[in-house]
Design a protein around this ligand. Structure first.
Ligand code: NAD
Length: 350
């Protein structure tokens, strides 16, 4: 069985961690009886500075035939972040209806949380972020540019379809875990869209009587992540709230360098895109010091999506072992290993 995967390393450390992780996935394939046909695309800020676009105009058509997209990160000094994001990531997430952004957060053995007295049993959650609408919309504009009356309007979009499908996904995930879903809201301050979000959450909860629920305003929810991370199993949030929580989550789990993620089209009508939570880390790019674990774990999520749950488990097991031993980890986890060495240690266990 050969899986056709589009590789988009992107910018900065993406160019280091993506090839390293692809080698680990190759090793997993060898052991579990499948392989990959990788096709690499150079879509990036570098391409933007040369050609004026992050990807070709028919970029989505080029990606459409692939089973999945394995992406590093995009963004680099010199190109505004909204250009790199809206020129590549967001068109793919939207065009391919990847309406779920899935980000597991786990404190691994051997990793020190910045929270005092917290161990692996305390931090194990799944953040389900709405990925297609909400606060990240193109609707809005500016008036009176440059004048003292200058103003900007940004519209947030919350549809019944958009809310229901992400919430349903969260409840289904909870059924496979500890059967608890927390909703991130802000219905005290945002008086139209967030009460609507709460209403849809209550309606969905009624369909899952076996799953317990909680709901917090995003401000106190952020505080609870720090003070009571053990309260959380599945956390569902809008595009903006989910985005913020899924950086806070990995931060309490020790390093953004280990946090995986997937942009998922659950119906598999379009390719899903797997990318770690971290960005292109220009401050450490090109030095072979970036932690490849997030990208490798992201690869395990891709394998699970492709139907190789065994191989995915084996990769996560190998990550856990290498991280717990602590001998071949990168400097963000207190080690001295380089990117390639850390990835090789994980591949060797497969
Ligand atoms: N999905 C994406 O493509 C994505 C996500 C976030 C940020 N970005 C872009 O990346 C660029 C840098 O953004 P940022 O600095 O806010 O976030 P970042 O995640 O790139 O870096 C934040 C900090 O974490 C460290 N870090 C990140 N990944 C690491 C890894 N694998 N190993 C070790 N350390 C790691 C970095 O060195 C940096 O100190 C920006 O252009 C931003 O727009 C892209």
């Amino acid at each position: 069985m050969t899986h056709r995967i589009a590789l988009v390393p992107g910018d900065g450390i993406g160019k280091e961690v993506v090839p390293a992780a692809a080698r680990v996935l190759d090793a997993a394939g060898k052991r579990f009886g499948f392989d990959f046909a990788w096709t690499t695309f150079d879509w990036s800020c570098e391409r933007y500075t040369k050609t004026g676009s992050m990807m070709p105009a028919d970029g989505l058509e080029q990606l459409r035939p692939f089973e999945a997209i394995f992406l590093g990160a995009v963004g680099f000094p010199g190109v505004p972040d909204h250009v790199s994001l809206w020129g590549l990531l967001i068109p793919i997430r939207r065009g391919f209806h990847q309406y779920i952004n899935l980000r597991p957060v786990r404190l691994l053995k051997g990793v020190k949380s910045p929270l005092a007295n917290r161990g692996p049993a305390d931090i194990d959650m799944l953040i389900v972020r709405e990925n297609n609408e909400g606060e990240y919309s193109e609707i809005g504009g500016r008036l009176y540019k440059g004048a003292p009356e200058e103003m900007a309007v940004q519209q947030a979009i919350f549809t019944r379809k958009g809310c229901d499908r992400v919430m349903r996904f969260a409840f289904e995930q909870a059924r496979k875990r500890r059967k608890h879903v927390t909703s991130a809201t802000k219905s005290n301050g945002i008086i139209h869209s967030m009460p609507y979000w709460d209403e849809r959450f209550a309606a969905m909860a009624a369909q899952y009587p076996d799953v317990k629920t909680a709901q917090f305003h995003i401000d106190i929810l952020a505080a609870h992540f720090v003070q009571h991370p053990d309260w959380f199993d599945v956390v569902v949030g809008s595009n903006l709230f989910g985005d913020i929580l899924s950086d806070l989550g990995p931060a309490i789990a020790g390093s953004i360098g280990i946090a995986p993620g997937g942009n998922i089209n659950p119906e598999k009508e379009y390719p899903s895109m797997f990318e770690p939570v971290h960005g292109s880390a220009p401050d450490i790019a090109g030095k072979n010091v970036a932690n490849p674990v997030a990208q490798i774990w992201t690869g395990a999520m891709m394998l699970e999506h492709l139907g190789h749950a065994d191989a995915a488990r084996a990769i996560v097991g190998a990550i856990e072992k290498v991280v717990e031993e602590g001998k071949t980890v990168t400097r963000d986890l207190g080690g001295v290993a380089g990117t390639t060495e850390a990835a090789r240690a994980i591949a060797a266990l497969l």
